[in-house]
Design a protein around this ligand. Structure first.
Ligand SMILES: Cc1cc2nc3c(=O)[nH]c(=O)nc-3n(C[C@H](O)[C@H](O)[C@H](O)COP(=O)(O)OP(=O)(O)OC[C@H]3O[C@@H](n4cnc5c(N)ncnc54)[C@H](O)[C@@H]3O)c2cc1C
Length: 292
């Protein structure tokens, strides 16, 4: 189903789960098991990332098509501008359209390892806005985009810049924006209010990161510009490397965060699963329980 239809016909907030394409057979077996397990919470869609540096193009495509063929779940294919010309991106979009894939999360992507900053290839695109325009011109995909309530690490003009480009993404044809994860909901609410004032009417879907390993999240957060909220630090720090306790606290923190987001009327929740299903299932079940 198209994302635009899912959003317009929803009678409850969308639940989406993000996976990355595994590199090994074992990792892939785990992914299909996770998707099977997730059926219990009926995700609205499963999104599949496109590896840093555009390195997983074939694996992303294979997993996206596999989700459609094997699971009955709706896939959303991430696509970045990294390392591809406009023609190569158009070819990939043709493949997806031919296979009945209806939804693309359009991104610029990050610089490949060893390259200091993102550089468009000759004949390629510099920004997600260019890719969105290309996809929109075809008319056959629903398009999601990314946004950053705490600011994109490269954005020079602060929140105003991020909102200006978000509005541009909407005007070029994006249906919704999925956010970078954050732990302090007030950051998201401030960003959403400012986006609203700037004329952004498409839904902003919060990205939620269930913490499985605190040290790993501290590292990720430094790279992507997400801050560790005080409450997260205070609850996680004393747990040290007790991964069982960390996972359990990660679920509790995410449930509390999601409850507040739902009360504030978000159109959906996007879970960064890190290719694990248990925490997302626990969180969604707890949310359903708390809503009666
Ligand atoms: C939900 C989500 C999913 C993601 N999935 C992936 C993935 O699958 N694979 C992957 O490699 N990465 C992924 N990323 C990371 C993303 O690729 C990086 O954050 C990347 O640095 C920026 O991508 P973008 O699409 O936001 O780029 P852009 O929107 O192009 O923004 C990049 C920078 O340029 C500025 N900018 C934006 N538009 C313009 C414009 N028209 N003119 C001038 N400046 C502009 C912005 O302020 C920002 O600083 C994801 C991020 C999110 C939030």
């Amino acid at each position: 189903m198209r994302l635009s239809t899912m959003l317009s016909e929803r009678n409850a907030p969308l639940i989406s789960c993000e996976f990355f394409p595994p590199k090994t057979d074992k990792g892939e077996a785990n992914l299909w098991r996770c998707l099977e397990e997730l059926q219990v919470v009926q995700p609205s869609y499963i999104s599949v990332t496109y590896g840093a540096g555009g390195s997983t193009q074939e694996r992303t495509k294979r997993i996206v098509l596999g989700i459609k063929e094997k699971t009955g779940l709706s896939p959303v294919a991430h696509l970045t501008c990294v390392g591809s010309t406009k023609e190569q991106l158009a070819d990939l979009l043709n493949d997806y359209a031919g296979a009945g894939i209806e939804n693309i999360l359009a991104l610029r992507g990050d610089a490949p390892d060893g390259q200091a900053a993102f550089e468009a290839v000759k004949g390629g695109f510099s920004h997600a806005t260019d890719l969105i325009a290309l996809i929109r011109a075809r008319g056959d995909f629903s398009i999601a985009c990314a946004t950053y309530p705490e600011g994109h690490p490269e954005s020079k003009g602060g929140m105003d810049d991020d909102i200006r480009y978000l509005k541009m993404k909407q005007d070029l044809g994006a249906t919704c924006a999925v956010t970078q994860y954050f732990f302090d909901n007030n950051v998201f609410f401030r960003f959403r209010d400012a986006a609203d004032k700037a004329g952004v009417t498409m839904p902003l879907i919060p990205g939620v990161m269930p913490i499985l390993n605190y040290e790993q999240i501290v590292r990720f957060s430094k790279m992507c510009g997400a801050s560790i909220a005080d409450v997260v630090y205070q609850k996680m720090q004393p747990l040290g490397d007790d991964l069982h306790a960390v996972r359990s606290m990660g679920v509790d923190l995410a449930v509390a965060q999601c409850q507040e987001l739902l009360q504030e009327g978000v159109a959906g929740l996007h879970f960064y699963t890190l290719n694990k299903s248990a925490s997302t299932i626990d969180i969604v079940n707890a949310l359903k329980g708390s809503q009666g």
